[in-house]
Structures are given as C-alpha cells and as structure tokens.
Design a protein around this ligand. Structure first.
Ligand SMILES: [Fe+2]
Length: 295
C-alpha cells in the first residue's frame, strides 16, 4: 500500500494550480469540470487534485494498493465501526479507481483506492521537479488514538514517536502519515519528494526567484533523516520539499522520544535556519477536514 495523492477544495483553484505548476514544479494532467489534477515525475495517475469550492477543505488523503490490501482495510474499517462510505465502483478521476472513504477519529479524511487503469510511465528524473507525494501530516488532539487506528485498522507500522509526533509507515518509506499534537484537528502539511538534496535546493532557488521564501529550512529531520524545506503556499497550507527519506524494513526499531534529542535551540540535525513559527502555526488552521461522509 502506498500514499498516492491528496485532494483539496479551495476557492481560487487557478491561483493554486498556477503556483503548484510554476514555481512548485508539478504538471497538469487534466482539468474537468471544477477539478484540476496535477502530477509529479513518478509513474502515477496524479498527486494533487484541486476542486474549486467556496471554502478551503481537505477532501482526502488517498492510499492505493492491491484489491486484496484495500479489501482487507475495508473489512477492518467496518469491524472497527469507523465512519465510512460504501464501496464506490468508479471514481471519476485519472486512474478510474474503486474504493471507499473513511473518516479518522477526528474527521481526518482518508480514501483507499484500487486503481483500475495501468499507471502512466514515469517522466524523466530531473533535479528540479517533485517526484510524488512523500507524506501527509495531520494535527490531532489525541495522537495515541490516531496512531492506534492506523496500526490496528489500516495496517500501518509505527516507525518513530517523539515528544509531539508519531511517524507511521505502510511501505518502505519511514513515514507516509504522521500525527502531531495540537489543539486543532487539521492538516499540518504535505510533503513532496524530490530526487535528491540538490533538487530540494534547486527547488528552493526557483521558489525564491518567484518571491517565495521558506518558513523553515533547509534542514535535516531526526526521525526519517529526511532533508526538508517548508513553504506556505498562496492557498495557506504548509507544503514541503523533501529528499533522502530513510527506507526501512521490518528490522527497524521503533524510536521513542529519547531517541531524538537535539541541542538546546535546535530543531533539526543541521540547525542552519530557525522556523517562522508564526507563519507555520497560521498555516495549521487553513485546511480543516471536509466531512464527505454523512450518517
Ligand atoms: Fe514533513
């Protein structure tokens, strides 16, 4: 199972599409009706969908897998009594997948999809543009409960737990979903994988040329060991370029808060840049969850 895409609703779709294509570096797959789909260089149908709508909302974070994997999650979702949609035979989007929506404990919107069309070819690797979605982080008021849902119902593994975040995986990537302690139940940020650290820096340069500075980074995280650079886009959400995320297997020993201690005043391994806490914290309230599932 893999994290494939994220789906947003926002009032000014075109401004977001313009930013996410140039300078951010995604490419438009298609636009139909009120929705535009964008992709990175990975061989995936798409990475981001943006639907025009009156209010900003996170519609879903989409995981894809085999029919057997997704059937298994669907069965456990029903057994656990989580709020979910019925099985949907065809999503009207690139890939034409089938699957279902399920709300997390605080309404965080997940969608599980079996793709029914072969994925497109990957585009040539470059050192400029995002490859795919790397991870999504949610703010949560109950990190332990949210993590248990991912491990027990969705079949994730806990990779690391720090003083305020849990990092969870469903494939070889150290984390694809993380939960951060908060008073809010909202989107924290979305990360896009870049080919390497050089590509993160080149991306930063392109953003700088276009008038967009980082709100944090470049730096290198502790858990996951990934290089990062965070920005707040014109749509208000925090988005990240990342690279070199740790690949793990079953032998990875789950980290505890004691596993990651930075020197005083440091929040990452490099310690080059401080965070713009005001901008980052303002971004935390921009994308509430959209409750697609009723009843
Ligand atoms: Fe991140």
């Amino acid at each position: 199972m893999h994290l494939r895409s994220i789906e947003f609703q926002m009032p000014d779709r075109q401004a977001a599409v313009d930013f996410l294509t140039d300078p951010w570096g995604l490419r438009e797959v298609t636009t139909r009706g009120t929705t535009t789909w964008l992709r990175g260089t990975a061989g995936q149908h798409y990475s981001v969908a943006i639907t025009e709508g009156a209010e900003r909302a996170l519609l879903s974070a989409t995981l894809t897998g085999t029919r057997e994997e997704i059937d298994g999650v669907y069965r456990r979702v029903r057994e656990a009594g989580l709020r979910h949609s019925e099985w949907i035979d065809r999503f009207d989007e690139p890939g034409q997948g089938s699957g279902f929506y399920v709300s997390g404990l605080e309404g965080e919107p997940y969608r599980f999809v079996v793709e029914n069309e072969p994925a497109p070819d990957a585009l040539p690797t470059d050192r400029a543009n995002p490859v795919r979605i790397a991870h999504v982080v949610f703010n949560t008021t109950d990190r332990a409960a949210a993590s248990r849902m991912l491990t027990d119902v969705f079949g994730f593994r806990l990779s690391d737990s720090t003083g305020f975040m849990n990092f969870l995986r469903c494939d070889e990537l150290h984390h694809v979903i993380a939960y951060a302690d908060s008073k809010l139940s909202t989107l924290n940020h979305v990360a896009f994988e870049m080919h390497d650290t050089d590509a993160v820096l080149r991306g930063m340069g392109r953003l700088k040329d276009a008038g967009w500075g980082t709100v944090w980074g470049p730096g290198r995280h502790g858990p996951g060991d990934n290089v990062f650079a965070y920005f707040v886009g014109p749509f208000g959400a925090c988005i990240e370029y990342t690279a070199e995320i740790l690949r793990v297997n079953d032998s990875y020993v789950t980290g505890t808060p004691d596993s990651w201690k930075f020197p005083s005043g440091r929040f990452d391994q490099w310690g080059i840049f401080t965070r713009d806490m005001e901008a980052m914290s303002a971004s935390n309230s921009t994308f509430p969850f959209h409750r697609l599932i009723t009843g």
